[in-house]
Design a protein around this ligand. Structure first.
Ligand code: PLP
Length: 322
């Protein structure tokens, strides 16, 4: 077994938490009757972790668990853990691994039962948490930008639920790859929804616009972070429906997500984004926002460190007085 572990790729060396037990990721097993496996009957979160100013911290952990709660409520799975327990688990999975940058993965499924569509009664949700190393975003993608293609959004009408039923998104991501692009930007009824695994913003005349949070797209933690950071720098984000035509007329288009942070889309369906000297390159707004975002991550890391210190202090006081 030890030899087998030696030959593993970095991510396979991770450990994981499965229903209260810690084990090596490759040794963890769930039943084939788990409804996550059978029906995609589960929800998840992906939380990025970076080390900034000597602090290793998840980005916006509390909003991630608030969204997990909303997803669980939407599919009527009872949240098996409270917020503090989720935050402790997040801190623990990070601590158990040496990587400076990680992507923490959290999944809750309805649990194990005989295969049948109705919600089973009296079963426990399956809770799975793991992490993997998160390589730096390639400098080339930041400096040169990425290419994207458009496609009709053919997914279901509850894209606001972060469901593990991701077949529609998987097919859209593969569509991009098959076209030699990095992301598929989806359109429904002539309006922008989102990318296959990212939120999309359109920049015109110095104004950042993003589509409203409807059931047609995932309310992204990163796009919210960007809106907040933009606000701190005196920019407002215009939240409104964005017509397909506006993508063609945009000065800049951005994609963002926990795993990819913020990248400029520099070509869409083979046509350069933007006009003039900046056409087909990451624009000036992107370059500024990208810098501000890194600063915003540092601010967030400071508040995570302060929250954890306060939490530890409360725990020690409790243990002393108990
Ligand atoms: N939209 C979709 C469909 C996604 O899968 C993701 C992330 O995986 C996002 C948007 C971005 O969300 P977040 O910023 O919370 O990672």
């Amino acid at each position: 077994m030890a030899e087998m572990h030696d030959q593993l790729a970095d991510w396979q060396r991770a450990s994981c938490y499965l229903n209260g037990e810690w084990s090596a990721l490759i040794d963890a097993k769930v039943s084939v009757l788990d409804r996550g496996f059978i029906f995609g009957d589960g929800v998840y979160e992906v939380i990025s972790v970076d080390t900034l100013g000597g602090m290793r911290a998840p980005f916006r952990a509390v909003p991630h668990f608030a969204r997990l709660q909303r997803s669980l409520d939407a599919v009527r799975i009872e949240n098996p853990l409270g917020l503090e327990e989720w935050l402790d688990l997040t801190a623990e999975i990070i601590e158990r691994h040496p990587w400076q940058r990680q992507l923490v993965y959290v999944q809750v499924t309805r649990g194990v039962a005989k295969r049948d569509h109705p919600f089973p009664v009296g079963i426990r949700p399956t809770v799975f948490v793991t992490t993997s190393p998160w390589p730096p975003i390639p400098a080339e993608q930041i400096e040169r930008g990425v290419d994207a293609v458009t496609h009709a959004d053919e997914r279901w009408l509850h894209c606001d639920i972060k469901s593990t039923s991701l077949l529609g998104n998987v097919l859209m991501k593969q569509y991009a790859i098959d076209q030699g692009a990095s992301e598929t930007v989806m359109l429904r009824d002539g309006f922008l929804t989102e990318g296959s695994s990212t939120n999309i913003s359109v920049i015109k005349d110095g104004v950042i616009a993003t589509p409203p949070k409807t059931s047609q797209l995932l309310p992204g933690i990163t796009v919210d972070g960007i809106a907040q950071i933009a606000g701190q720098h005196g920019l407002t984000v215009d939240v409104r429906p964005i017509a397909a035509r506006e993508l063609k007329e945009a000065d800049e288009i951005w994609l963002c997500s926990s795993g990819r942070e913020l990248l400029a889309i520099v070509s869409l369906d083979g046509a350069a984004v933007g006009s003039g000297a900046e056409s087909g390159k990451p624009g000036p707004m992107y370059r500024r926002m990208h810098q501000w975002f890194q600063q915003g991550k540092l601010d967030d890391a400071r508040s995570w460190a302060a929250q954890r210190d306060a939490h530890q202090g409360r725990r020690q006081t409790f243990e002393r007085t108990a």
